[in-house]
Write a protein that binds this ligand. Sequence first.
Ligand code: BV8
Ligand code: ZN
Length: 253
Amino acid sequence: MTNTPAIPTSVLTLASEAQRVTVLTGAGMSAESGVPTFRDAQTGLWARYDATALATPEAWERDPALVWSWYMWRHHLVRQTEPNAGHKALGGWETTASVTVVTQNIDDLHERGGSSRVHHLHGSLFAFRCSRCSRPYTQPVDDTPPHDTPRKPPACDECAGPVRPGVVWFGEMLPNSPWEASVRAVQDCDLLLVVGTSSLVYPAAGLPRIAQDRGIPIVEVNTEETPLSTQCTACLRIPAASALPRLADMHVT
Ligand code: BV8
Ligand code: ZN
């Protein structure tokens, strides 16, 4: 690596000796794949909307076509992107240690990057269900651009209710089993990496505290400081796609 900051030997030692690694990721993990982060100014059509205002049941009730079109824009975008060297490094790390990914992201880049144990705290862009009877909706969705003419969501085969994205909106409970599996993954690990998240959204942002209370080392990988930074054993101000291959000691092609 040319001018990216060095990684302290103590951190490289933690990474090489860890046998049970848990990685908590946020939107910064997918930034280098070209997926805008949650707090980036939304690009183009969506520049005038605040993502945290669109990802709510209230926005859905008020204008389901607008919210549906926003998710179809993201669905189309993610389908055009590839996992980056960071995703692939976490996938490859599974050959030398047990690696559990706990992600706030709704994309599928960790899976496509080779990770086999991924818990989605906030659901998935690729899962849909009826907003009325909760029946899963498994038909193909039309995510073709343009997305600036809000498109009505499809209707449930069973009750004709509007189909919604299978994601967790602000004010909604997290799905039980990914949450419980994630708590266990943080309790049982010997190294917690926190990658590409502003650590602002709860209860996800509360997970590192579980590791901290157990004296488990926490390494933050984030280009900026976050409210978690002062609680960490080390902070790497290095982009995820550069830092993770060096931590995973992988030579990702
Ligand atoms: C809940 C899915 C119980 C959808 C998301 C008042 C009323 C109701 C609730 C609350 C309330 N006050 C607080 C709450 C709780 C609320 C919350 O925490 N709000 C915050 C804003 C204060 N949480 C909830 O509502 C949760 N549910 O609490 O249920 C309940 C129920 C009823 C009533 C009360 C409580 C549900 C939250 C889930 C929301 N869904 N996503 C979708 O994606 O559309 S949240 C979404 O934003 C993400 O999933 C993620 O979790 C979150 C934060 O985003 P990040 O991933 O961190 O990304 P961000 O852009 O913020 O930051 C990127 C970071 O990467 C930056 O730090 C940047 O520096 C860094 N970076 C950039 N590039 C790189 C990089 N790092 C490394 N390398 C790079 N290249
Ligand atoms: Zn239905």
